[in-house]
Ligand binder design. Structure first.
Ligand SMILES: C[S@@+](CC[C@H](N)C(=O)[O-])C[C@H]1O[C@@H](n2cnc3c(N)ncnc32)[C@H](O)[C@@H]1O
Length: 237
């Protein structure tokens, strides 16, 4: 029997009441694009089965907010399947608006805690992952709510394919140090930065998000951290 503690979602699921147009697109598009982790047993979901045959990989975004990065990536990479997790209904409705307007057919949505999806995905089934400006939970007593913590790191290491990159951004320097300490200590991941420009500057193929813009306006320069899932068969040093 699984004795792991149950997952807990922190943060809001709802904001302001949805405008009529957003509610309409949510009701029309969400049923066809939504995935329910409860429909799958642990480790049983092959994410390629959610997309048309012939896609070259599946990329995952955790906490996509309003979905601007996810929609831009899906448009730039029509041959990749994307799964986005976001429990906040207003953000999901915004993403669905973009999907509808841009005619994107390569995005599936989990409107819930990403942890539930991580548990049901098959090992090595995700080819790239994004965690952009996750809630920093700055109060020390709330630090344990941070997404980057040992259980989620182990889950990400399980689902990412060998050589897959996990891109993480934050504008919160304490969380940045925390991420580097936790992922730096995880033998499954290697931080790819060689020089400061590698993490201070957003790579050209990394679309900006609302939270990045808010942080810059508030004088908080972001860090763009890329980690590579190490090969499972190689000895690690
Ligand atoms: C600070 S916002 C950043 C949003 C977006 N990535 C951006 O850069 O604009 C953090 C987002 O993570 C979402 N979130 C928090 N916990 C989550 C979880 N366990 N699973 C999925 N999303 C989560 C929140 O609902 C929120 O939209």
């Amino acid at each position: 029997m699984d004795s792991a503690p149950p997952r807990t979602l922190y943060g809001r699921r709802r904001g302001k009441p949805l405008r009529v147009g957003r509610r309409e697109v949510l009701e029309r598009r969400l049923p066809e694009l939504q995935i329910f982790p409860a429909d799958y047993q642990n480790g049983a979901l092959d994410p390629r089965s959610l997309f048309r045959p012939g896609i070259r990989g599946v990329w995952l975004e955790v906490g996509f907010g309003a979905g601007e990065h996810l929609a831009a990536m899906a448009q730039a990479h029509p041959d990749v399947g994307f799964i986005g997790c976001e429990p906040f209904i207003n953000g999901v409705a915004r993403l669905l608006g973009a999907i509808d307007q841009q005619g994107l057919d390569n995005i599936r949505i989990v409107m819930d805690d990403a942890g539930l999806l991580l548990d049901c995905l098959a090992a090595g089934s995700i080819d790239r992952a994004f965690l952009l400006f996750p809630d920093p939970w700055p109060k020390r007593r709330h630090n344990k709510r941070r997404f980057v913590e040992p259980k989620n790191i182990a889950a990400m290491a399980r689902i990412l394919a060998d050589g897959a990159d996990w891109r993480v951004a934050t504008d919160h320097m304490d969380y940045c140090r925390w991420i580097l300490a936790h992922l730096g200590a995880a033998r499954q991941f290697q931080w790819l930065a060689r020089r400061p420009g590698d993490w201070r500057l957003r790579p050209d193929d990394w679309p900006a998000t609302r939270y990045e813009e808010k942080g810059i306006e508030a004088g908080r320069p972001p860090a763009f951290l890329s980690f590579r899932r190490q090969n499972r068969n190689q000895p690690v040093n």
